[in-house]
Design a protein around this ligand. Structure first.
Ligand SMILES: Cc1cc2nc3c(=O)[nH]c(=O)nc-3n(C[C@H](O)[C@H](O)[C@H](O)COP(=O)(O)OP(=O)(O)OC[C@H]3O[C@@H](n4cnc5c(N)ncnc54)[C@H](O)[C@@H]3O)c2cc1C
Length: 382
């Protein structure tokens, strides 16, 4: 039996050492939490999913969820470091023994950072099977051409997982065939012509545009089977949805805790604002929704850890948790009134951060569409 209470307490201790001022300042300067990420790695939390034989903790997605939930609950921005966990769904399940032996011990120790996951493209967006970035086979490797957008943390990572086409669109009967996944050394790719351009955005997520212009990567970069990369990337994406859902649970709990404390102490009309049902009911509703969403996150993580199908549960967990955290964020803004807008209280920072999860890594509409088609067998709409 894993002691998740101890994981929570240890993560909380690290977070408290940094404090919310740390995140506020990084947000202001748009800087990366290098020290925090290093400490989370060397303390064994960001490599929690890596098997013990490669230097990790060898725990499951359920425990990884506990780490990210606690980070968010403590006011940290888990988005700065979560990718190292969710890319493991792809690398652990589909990487070769050679790749695992070469990379996992270095990722575990912090010598190599794997924080970047490159799927989205400017002209395909949500329609992942329409991506255009192409990897063409040469004698000793692959030549990559194309463009990616919103690729987060790439400037703070040594390695990147890339989804590219290895067959032109329509060349194979199955829409999801013809894609391959690659593990790329970012420095080497830059030397071969990869251009990285920062995107100035609403939250401190360190996202960039990537331009691949005849970028060479060696043969051994491919993860899993050629043309069958969609399955490998989906294992990463299901893990990503569940882990992000757990961040939303943490965000939701953060907003609720802050709202409750503020509502108990802020006095207007000579009484605590928390005495008003107009203030307490929305907070109570958020609490119930976070608790309910948390059950779905737990169910999805359990299925994932058991190696069972979890697409529907991962999607539902992400949607329910993101909706609950967004509602809790809005409720916190209401509870704090004008002070919610002040940077000093951190509510507006977290409010911006949690808004992302209505849209990324998969939008709400696309989740509803998935459930309608794949769970309820309704006709395809696209
Ligand atoms: C801060 C940030 C960080 C990110 N980090 C990464 C990253 O590290 N790696 C990565 O690969 N990507 C990343 N993304 C990209 C993210 O996953 C995409 O933005 C997201 O999947 C939506 O794609 P899009 O922006 O192209 O929207 P679009 O596909 O253009 O969609 C726009 C809107 O139309 C809706 N829509 C589209 N088609 C339909 C339909 N058929 N039915 C109903 N509604 C529809 C969508 O739901 C959405 O609301 C990041 C994005 C952001 C903002």
């Amino acid at each position: 039996m894993i002691d998740t209470k101890q994981i929570r307490e240890s993560v909380a201790t690290i977070c408290q050492k940094y404090g919310e001022e740390y995140w506020r300042n990084l947000d202001k300067k748009k800087e990366y939490p290098t020290d925090f990420v290093k400490e989370m790695t060397t303390s064994g939390f960001l490599n929690i999913l890596i098997p013990q034989e490669y230097g990790g903790a060898g725990l499951g997605l359920k425990e990884a969820c506990v780490v990210l939930e606690e980070l968010s609950l403590q006011g940290a921005h888990a988005g700065a470091c979560h990718a190292q966990m969710y890319v493991m769904g792809t690398l652990l399940r589909h990487g070769s023994d050679k790749q695992k032996k070469e990379y996992l011990p270095k990722i575990s120790s912090g010598e190599l950072r794997l924080q970047s996951f490159a799927v989205t493209e400017p002209n395909s967006g949500t329609d992942t099977t329409s991506i255009k970035t192409m990897a063409k086979k040469t004698n000793d490797g692959w030549i990559i051409n194309g463009q990616k957008v919103w690729i987060s943390r790439v400037e703070h990572s040594d390695l990147m997982i890339l989804l590219a086409r290895t067959k032109p669109q329509g060349a194979l009967p199955k829409k999801t065939d013809g894609f391959s996944v690659f593990l790329i050394d970012i420095e080497q790719a830059k030397e071969s012509g990869l251009k990285i351009v920062k995107i100035d955005s609403m939250i401190n997520h360190h996202s960039c545009e990537l331009f691949f212009d005849d970028v060479f990567i060696p043969d051994e970069s491919i993860i899993g089977e050629e043309d069958k990369g969609f399955r490998a990337i989906m294992d990463g994406m299901n893990a990503e949805r569940i882990l992000i859902a757990s961040e939303c649970i943490g965000d939701g709990k953060y907003f609720i805790e802050k709202s409750v404390n503020y509502a108990k102490t802020r006095k207007i009309f000579n009484r605590e604002i928390g005495m008003n049902q107009g203030i307490q009911f929305p907070i109570a509703e958020c609490y119930s929704q976070i608790e309910a969403a948390s059950l779905m996150v737990d169910k999805a993580a359990t299925l994932f850890d058991e190696g069972k199908k979890c697409g529907a549960e991962a999607n539902m967990a992400k949607m329910l948790a993101a909706d609950a955290s967004w509602k809790a964020g809005t409720t916190a803004m209401e509870t704090f009134g004008g002070f919610g807008f002040s940077k000093e209280y951190d509510i507006e920072r977290k409010f911006r951060e949690t808004r992302l999860y209505q849209t990324a890594p998969v939008s709400r509409n696309l989740i509803l569409s998935y459930i309608a088609e794949h769970v309820l067998n309704l006709p395809r709409s696209f």
